[in-house]
Design a protein around this ligand. Structure first.
Ligand SMILES: NC(=O)c1ccc[n+]([C@@H]2O[C@H](COP(=O)([O-])OP(=O)(O)OC[C@H]3O[C@@H](n4cnc5c(N)ncnc54)[C@H](OP(=O)(O)O)[C@@H]3O)[C@@H](O)[C@H]2O)c1
Length: 273
């Protein structure tokens, strides 16, 4: 991929379906990277929370319903919760549309089955909104070859970790994007964490050598938070019913760390069902 692909992203019309924590962070990251506001639309179900979030982010004027997002965008980012993904099934995509699903747990084939004819789909798992805001996120991608998507991820400053296959996404989610959050939560509960055990657990799940990701998690995790700031951080990084929530619940119940990671992986696998 060359710099032209990065430039192309900034002249692409991008639609974000779901304007919660992640959708808004991606929108803000893209605008900060130089995407003209006029090229961006975001949808939601018009809940007061979603409207409030768009207002707070100064993105109210970029709201559109799903139909308009789909009609006017060349690249569509899906950022709804896994339990809501079926609501997208009635949408008719234009030919040539590229979909990027950021939804935890859901395999590419599951998303593909919603649309006729099946569009080009890329699945991305990315770290929490604060890392996107800081242009220090990590992620993994799987699916269609798309220079446009690679340009998008690069523009957002997301460092990609190569995984052997889509099967490793569940383990990647807990040992990668969730790790700064788990470390922060463990610290607040004075739970001791062995970095070696984390590296061994990742290896046992067929992930590549994990030292770099552990170092990343230690570097990006917030420190010195007071109770309120920690609550806000954990809230924005935790999708209700999602993988991080399962992981943190297990930590709170006092399970061993390896059992906590197992609980997170199991939740990710259940989301696919
Ligand atoms: N938060 C993270 O750190 C993180 C990290 C990696 C991946 N993810 C993934 O990103 C996705 C979103 O997570 P989140 O934490 O941002 O969730 P969230 O804050 O609950 O946001 C979900 C958004 O989706 C909207 N939505 C739901 N159904 C919709 C529909 N049919 N059409 C249009 N919009 C719809 C909601 O709008 P209403 O409020 O109006 O219903 C809300 O704006 C999840 O799949 C999660 O696995 C999140």
């Amino acid at each position: 991929m060359d710099m032209n692909d990065c430039k192309t992203v900034l002249s692409t019309r991008i639609g974000i379906v779901g304007s919660g924590h992640l959708g808004v962070a991606l929108a803000q990251g893209l605008i900060a990277a130089g995407l003209p506001r006029a090229n961006l639309l975001l949808s939601n179900r018009h809940s007061s929370a979603a409207r409030g979030r768009l207002k707070k982010a100064g993105l109210e004027d970029r709201y559109a319903d799903n139909r308009r997002v789909v009609d006017e965008s060349q690249l569509i980012l899906l950022t709804v919760r896994p339990q809501d993904y079926r609501a997208l099934s009635g949408l008719q995509l234009k030919s040539g549309t590229v979909l990027v699903s950021f939804i935890a747990g859901l395999p590419v084939e599951r998303i593909k089955s919603l649309f006729q004819p099946p569009p080009q789909i890329v699945r991305v798992m990315v770290s929490a909104p604060d890392t996107i805001a800081g242009a220090c996120a990590i992620g993994a991608r799987y699916g269609a070859d798309s220079a446009l998507v690679d340009g998008l991820l690069r523009r957002l400053g997301i460092e990609l970790i190569n995984l052997p296959s889509e099967a490793e996404f569940d383990a990647f989610t807990v040992y990668g994007p969730c790790l700064p959050i788990v470390l922060t939560y463990c610290e607040s509960l004075a739970v001791k964490v062995s970095q070696e055990a984390i590296a061994r657990g990742a290896t046992a799940c067929n992930l590549p050598p994990w030292g770099k990701v552990i170092a990343w998690a230690n570097a990006v995790r917030p420190r010195g938070l007071d109770d309120r700031a920690r609550r806000d951080y954990l809230h924005s990084a935790t999708t209700p019913g999602g993988v991080t929530e399962a992981l943190l619940d297990a930590v709170g119940e006092g399970l061993t760390l390896s059992d906590c990671f197992r609980a997170g992986i199991a939740r990710s696998q259940r989301l696919a069902g």
